[in-house]
Design a protein around this ligand. Structure first.
Ligand SMILES: NC(=O)c1ccc[n+]([C@@H]2O[C@H](COP(=O)([O-])OP(=O)(O)OC[C@H]3O[C@@H](n4cnc5c(N)ncnc54)[C@H](O)[C@@H]3O)[C@@H](O)[C@H]2O)c1
Length: 253
C-alpha cells in the first residue's frame, strides 16, 4: 500500500535519529509532524520536509501532558489523521544511583518513559479502531549496560516492557507496537558524549572496533528500520524488538 496520505508524528524530530526518521518517512510520502522541545529546530525540519510531502512543526516537551495531547490533536487537525507515532525524543542523564540526584532521576524518567506513555495515550485515542503503528526508540542499553548511566538504562529497558504491554492491550484495536534498539548512532547526543571523553580519537577507534560491520550507525539506518515497522510489510509484526547496531551487541559489547 502507498504511504501517500499517511501521517507520522515523530518526537525529537529536530535533530539526530528523529531527524533521520522524519526525513525517511517524508521521502516515502508520509505527511510528517515534527515535534521537538527545540521549536526553531522543528520549524527548520518541517521546512526541509516540505520538499517531499506536507509537514508541520510542533514545539513542546513530551513529558508535559498538555504538550503531548496538543501534539496529537494538532497533527490530526492539520494533517488529517495519525497513522504512525514514533516515540524517539530522549535524553541521557549520567550517573550511578549513588551519583544521581532524585531530580536528575525524575527528569530522565519523565522524558524517556513518561513522554512515551503520554504520547502513546493520546495517539491510541486517534488510532483505536482505524488502526495504526507505534514505535518506541529504545536502545541496546535495554539489554546491556555500561558504568554510569543507571537511569538511562532503566528507561530503555522500561520501554521494552511498555512495548510488550501495549502490543497486548491494543492489538485487538489494530494497533501494532514495536521497539527499535539502536547501537552507536552518529548524532548530536553521541557528539556530546565524545566531547566529554579524555581522548576522542582513541575512544572512536575503540567504538569502531566493537562493530563487525566496521562502522557506526546513521540516523537514516534507524529511519529505514522505523519505515519497515510502520509499513504493511510488517503487518504481522507487533511486540517485537528490532536491534539495529551493526552486530555490536552480539559481539559482546
Ligand atoms: N545516538 C545514539 O547512539 C543512540 C543509541 C541508542 C538509542 N538512542 C535513542 O535515540 C533517541 C534519539 O537520540 P539522538 O542520539 O538522536 O539524540 P539527540 O540529542 O541527538 O536528539 C534528540 C532530539 O530530541 C529532542 N528532545 C529532547 N528532549 C525532548 C523533550 N522533552 N521533548 C521533545 N523533544 C525533546 C532534542 O531537542 C533533539 O532534537 C533517544 O531516545 C536516544 O536515547 C540514541
Amino acid at each position: 500500500m502507498s504511504e501517500i496520505g499517511k501521517t507520522v508524528l515523530v518526537t525529537g524530530a529536530a535533530a539526530g535519529i528523529g531527524a533521520g526518521i522524519a526525513e525517511r518517512f517524508s521521502e516515502a510520502g508520509y505527511s510528517v509532524a515534527a515535534f521537538d522541545i527545540d521549536g526553531a529546530g522543528a520549524t527548520r525540519m518541517a521546512e526541509r520536509l516540505r520538499a517531499h510531502a506536507p509537514a508541520i512543526a510542533i514545539q513542546g516537551d513530551v513529558a508535559v501532558e498538555e504538550n503531548a495531547r496538543e501534539a496529537v490533536t494538532k497533527t490530526v487537525r492539520d494533517l488529517g489523521s495519525l497513522d504512525v507515532l514514533v516515540n524517539n525524543a530522549g535524553i541521557e542523564v549520567s550517573g550511578s544511583v549513588s551519583d544521581l540526584t532524585p531530580t536528575a532521576w525524575d527528569r530522565q524518567i519523565a522524558v524517556n518513559l513518561r513522554g512515551a506513555y503520554l504520547m502513546s495515550k493520546y495517539a491510541v485515542e486517534q488510532m483505536r479502531g482505524r488502526g495504526g503503528a507505534i514505535i518506541h526508540i529504545s536502545s541496546v542499553h535495554a539489554f546491556v549496560s555500561w558504568q554510569g548511566i543507571a537511569a538511562y538504562d532503566a528507561t530503555k529497558a522500561g520501554l521494552l516492557g511498555l512495548t510488550r504491554a501495549m502490543a497486548l492491550d491494543h492489538g485487538p484495536e489494530k494497533i501494532r507496537v514495536n521497539a527499535i534498539c539502536p547501537g552507536y548512532i552518529d548524532t548530536p547526543l553521541m557528539e556530546r558524549w565524545l566531547a566529554s571523553v579524555p581522548d576522542r580519537e582513541e575512544t572512536m577507534r575503540q567504538v569502531l572496533s566493537y562493530h563487525p560491520l566496521g562502522r557506526i550507525g546513521t540516523p537514516r539506518d534507524i529511519g529505514e528500520a522505523a519505515l519497515f515497522l510502520a509499513s504493511d510489510a510488517a503487518s504481522f509484526v507487533s511486540g517485537a524488538f528490532l536491534v539495529v547496531d551493526g552486530a555490536m551487541s552480539v559481539a559482546g559489547h
